[in-house]
Design a protein around this ligand. Structure first.
Ligand code: HEC
Length: 100
């Protein structure tokens, strides 16, 4: 959380139009494997979260799949989220971007 709250805010609500929410994010709940890949490799394309468009770069956040799975499981179950869990097995096909 030391890392993520800079952009996504301590309350997980982000900043509408700039940084998407992690709290009650339909986009996050829709695809947990994608979320792990974003934490690992960053994300920089247009996405729609709870009906609001975002298109800003998120830098790579963590260096290993273990860390990425741990942080996504944290955000899936913080701020009242009941997003379930994701396992290392679920993300076995996620590729760590070699450019980073
Ligand atoms: C420098 C600012 C910044 C930091 C730090 C950051 N993010 Fe992001 N995050 C963004 C931006 C900007 C997007 C939208 C990316 C896009 O448009 O492709 C995003 C998107 C996301 C998404 C998908 C959209 C959503 O809200 O569900 C997830 C999940 C996510 N971030 C998780 C994290 C986690 C977990 C951390 C900490 C380990 C983190 N982010 C740290 C800026 C940041």
């Amino acid at each position: 959380m030391a890392k993520c709250i800079v952009c996504h805010q301590a309350n997980g609500e982000g900043i509408p139009g700039a940084f998407p929410p992690l709290k009650n994010s339909d986009y996050l709940f829709a695809d947990k494997v994608r979320a792990v890949a974003q934490a690992l490799n960053g994300s920089n394309h247009e996405i729609v979260v709870n009906g609001v468009k975002y298109n800003a770069p998120m830098p790579q956040q963590v260096g290993t799949k273990e860390e990425a799975v741990a942080v996504i499981n944290y955000v899936l179950n913080t701020w009242g989220n009941k997003g379930g869990t994701v396992t290392l097995e679920d993300v076995k096909d996620v590729v760590i971007d070699p450019r980073i």
